[in-house]
Write a protein that binds this ligand. Sequence first.
Ligand SMILES: [Fe+2]
Length: 686
Amino acid sequence: MKISRRSFLKTATAIGASLAWVGPARGSRVHWHERRDLYPQGVASGDPDPHSVILWTRHPFAQGTRQLLTVEVAEDESFRRVIAHAQAPVSSAADWTARVLIGGLKPARTYWYRFTDTDGNGSRVGRTITAPLPNDRRAVNFTFVSCQDVNEGSLNAYRRMIYEDERAPAAEQLDFVLHLGDFIYEVVEYPDEVKTRYDRTIYEVARIPDGLKVGNFHIPLTVDGYRAVYKGYLADPDLQDARARWPFVVIWDNHEFSWQGWQSIQKAGKSRPGQSIKVAANQAWWEYLPSRCKKVSGPSLESFDAPAVTNVAIEKWDENGLGDEPNNLAAINSLIGYRTYRYGKHLDLIITDQHSYRSADPFSDPAAGAFGPEFPSMFPEDVAQVLDGGRAFNGGNPPAEVSFNGAHVPNSQRNAPPQTILGAEQKAWFKGQLRNSTATWKIWGNSEGALDPRADPQNLPPGLTKETWPKTTYATLPTGDYGTAYKERAEIYDLVRDAKITGFAIVSGDRHSFWAGYATSELPPGKFDPVGLSFVGASLSSAGTMEAQEHNFPKTDPLRPLFLADRPDGAKPDWTHNMLLRHGVRSCLEYAKSFDLQRARSLSNPNLAPHLEFVDLGGHGYAKVRLTSNEMRTEFVCIPRPIARSERSDGGPIRYRVLHTAALWKSGERPQLKTSVLEGDVGLAI
Ligand SMILES: [Fe+2]
């Protein structure tokens, strides 16, 4: 695995000026004096491998279109042992951002880096860590995070993460941060137009040039618009400190492009052809987040060189639901996000893109959406499965109609391709990566959750609602992710089982809530047969379901106790929604009546959620993973609702810390999680 200088230079020649190879250690030759104001977005590093890493900064200049910075990499924080010293071009074409690939580094080492301009004005010092060699048996430590809305919240979670990491023993310190998307929210509110939402204060983030306004949201349509949002987000001091402390490995979720968008279609309420908007989103993402993602213009790290595309409606779709239109294909392929990283003996991190190749939403037919109007957020699971399966449902014999309690509507997906989130090409790649992985743990870094959100309204006592939920089906509370992508999920889980793959686990984000459980294709009355573990990490700051429901759920709804249990003393309601997903309606009704947790849990429906060990729809924070030869430990660090910046050096108090441990299982064995509360109160999450 040792890469020679020659082969590094050969593969890196195409990168252009932005590369450096290490040499013998010597003192710094640069008269660096720190001027953070000239590097307003700080520094960052991304996608380390055992011998190289990409370093990043931004230094805008008033004069000219291209300038050179010097980058130094040292073995020590005070730069007495500088091992690389190179030129790093910045240009207006890349919004004055710089990326430099440093090669020849030693595996599993910590390095420090800094940038300096020709006047000696220096960036802050950043720290980065290379990956261990593939045969290195040391433990791997990382966090997975997502959803950092700073328009409506603060990043106290990063402050807490830094505080704890600085005090952790060296062998337990984090190797990298896996960011699973919603790094920015392209829907920006202006505090002079809207002051609050839910519990939130609206904070100034950015002003978007040449954007679009939908409701209270300003939305970018050009690369300058997206750049403005990244600059606003990266002004956050906690995010800057986190990027300066650890390398980040990143993948986008929806908001890096468009809230409800998919492929190159921009959607915020209304759909619009958005080929040029998708390219603009990719360009700004590439400029601000250093990664090894492949861009269509080639490997140069200096500028993105966006392909020219036209915004035209997509009229033809292929058999997998991919828009067969040249501008759409050019836009979604302008930057390839999916990739695999190997970290030592124990981790293959397989990262996928959930938005660029997905098929049309199969659940958008308003006729079927009107099923069961008395049951908030609930949709019949059997109907969801028919719609998800499209023309492939029931072995290619889908029903002509879907029905609920005697109401029949035509099956809108009868001739549609089965729902895919990955798209055919990425899915084939993903399966190959899974099959060929030789690491102890195969972790699927996936922005979207995969654990079923379901409830059992068929067990409600008669009389609570006018209509009775049919006895023959559960309800799903659709989240638009792998939780209702039944067919595609089963295809992947079947592969894991059939290829006898062990150590398979999913880490995801997007749901703004903490979930821990098992990867299983089916739930009762089908066969519960887990092939791996599945986790969802809470949002760092973005508002979640419980916050929304505290504000919006009708007080007089007879099913309110399934979501919120109102305390007689007028205190904040308890979040029975967590209990609904984990234990079912009987537990919720009992809890809302007696507030007796034990009695409520004794009424748990064991067939509802054997796949769930933990769910907290009101949590915020981050998840910390530790992988060894025989165990995966996943710790949820939950903080209070982050509505304002904590001035404390530890980022403020924590709500709870809960640990999910799983021993490595053998092929054919069932994975088993052990959940223990280490600290604090998890409420109704267990
Ligand atoms: Fe989000």
